[in-house]
Write a protein that binds this ligand. Structure first.
Ligand SMILES: Nc1ncnc2c1ncn2[C@@H]1O[C@H](COP(=O)(O)OP(=O)(O)O)[C@@H](O)[C@H]1O
Ligand SMILES: [Mg+2]
Length: 374
């Protein structure tokens, strides 16, 4: 089996470190605090929560419920997603499952088979906002009555800001506030939106959760992890070759994992730097069609700025004349507008750390491709 996972979580064996973050999350859960944690996309938020839940599940003191609301577009979708995740968290044919049905009968659940996954899914036959306002607390109330405390992780939580209903935050906050035995972990990938929900004193979720920021995995830890997995399979990779992998992918977890996955798949007795470059180029050429599509979707100014940011890798001052002149980007006011568009499209990410704030391309493979393309 390829030990470098690229889109799921299996077990601690294939998971690199995150000891500190795991401890903080478990501690918050044990102390009945809610946590909000965010990081750039593909750094490992979802994998981390699965890692934490894996640990909690083995300790058997909590029931864990995970829902990803990225695809939801309104409060009804959210309510359904919640109902469905609760339904799945309680094994069928057990007393609890029956009681769950009893308790939500009033919500008129409809059971169906998901055509893609083939697994049963539940949705609620609701259409009015007032019904939803009632059903969310009812669903949570069911959890509150269980013997074991429950932990609910809501992934891509910033999505609630996209719902058309006006009082979503208030509805959720009110429902959550009344619970003693149900605790939450909110995950988000849009810093601005997550800040707006949790750090704005005028909004319902203000100061309702402890913050946790997910940094990139430390260099030494990642080197050890990669080397160990190669060595376990009697494959040789030198430390400075791994450093090249980490540098090419900027230690952005998903891209690092992906490159390692492809290199490992070659099963070479000795992985050289040349192997690393060749593998990266193979990935880039596989993605090329998509990159050309991006180019078609962006304006010329956006594409030009994207290329400039790729070349720089880290850009601290994109409005600085030196940067603008070097890349021939025109007026600084238009650079501002263009940069905002790229941020909105999530092609560019802003690291807001005070001492070291900078802009970079989200997708590290796209960044490398833009650098190599003349
Ligand atoms: N600590 C880790 N060790 C190994 N692989 C990881 C780790 N964290 C994340 N990954 C892998 O990186 C990829 C992206 O992680 P994911 O959790 O989906 O990111 P996010 O939720 O922040 O967008 C996944 O394929 C996951 O398996
Ligand atoms: Mg995720």
């Amino acid at each position: 089996m390829n030990p470098f996972l690229i889109n799921n979580y299996i077990s601690p064996k294939y998971f690199c470190n995150r000891e500190h973050e795991t401890d903080v999350l478990v501690q918050n859960i044990n102390n009945q605090s809610n946590t909000v944690f965010f990081a750039q996309r593909r750094v490992g938020k979802t994998a981390l929560i699965h890692h934490v839940f894996h640990q909690l599940n083995s300790e058997k003191e909590h029931t864990t419920i995970y829902l990803d609301i990225y695809a939801t577009q309104n409060l009804k979708d959210f309510t359904n997603q919640l109902a469905n995740s609760i339904y799945k968290a309680f094994p069928e044919n057990k007393g609890i499952a029956t009681r769950f049905w009893e308790s939500i009968k009033l919500l008129r659940p409809v059971l169906s088979i998901n055509e893609i996954t083939g697994s049963p899914e539940m949705s609620l036959d609701i259409s009015q906002v007032s019904q939803m306002e009632r059903s969310i607390p009812q669903l949570l109330h069911f959890l509150e009555k269980q013997k074991k405390p429950v932990v609910i992780a809501i992934d891509e939580f910033q999505q609630i800001l996209e719902y058309p209903e006006k009082n979503v935050e208030a509805i959720l906050r009110t429902a959550i506030q009344q619970l003693q035995k149900v605790h939450f972990v909110f995950l988000g990938s849009n810093r601005k939106m997550i800040f707006e929900i949790f750090n704005n004193a005028k909004r319902p979720f203000y100061a309702s959760a402890k913050n946790l920021y997910l940094h990139k995995i430390k260099k030494k830890e990642y080197i050890d992890f990669i080397q160990t997995h190669f060595e376990k399979n009697n494959l040789n990779i030198a430390k400075n070759t791994i450093e090249l992998v980490l540098d090419l992918t900027k230690r952005h977890t998903s891209y690092t994992q992906h490159l390692c996955h492809e290199i490992f798949a070659l099963h070479k007795n000795k992985t050289t730097k040349k192997t690393v470059y060749n593998t990266l180029h193979k990935i880039l050429s596989e993605n090329e069609v998509m990159y050309f599509q991006y180019r078609n979707l962006l304006t010329t100014a956006q594409w030009k700025l994207l290329k400039a940011l790729a070349k720089e890798e880290k850009t601290q001052k994109p409005y600085n004349q030196k940067f603008i002149k070097k890349h021939n980007l025109g007026a600084s006011t238009s650079v501002k507008r263009t940069l905002n568009a790229l941020l909105d499209k999530e092609l560019v990410y802003y690291h807001a750390k005070q001492e070291d704030a900078y802009y970079e391309i989200q997708d590290k493979f796209l960044m490398r491709w833009l650098q190599y393309k003349k």
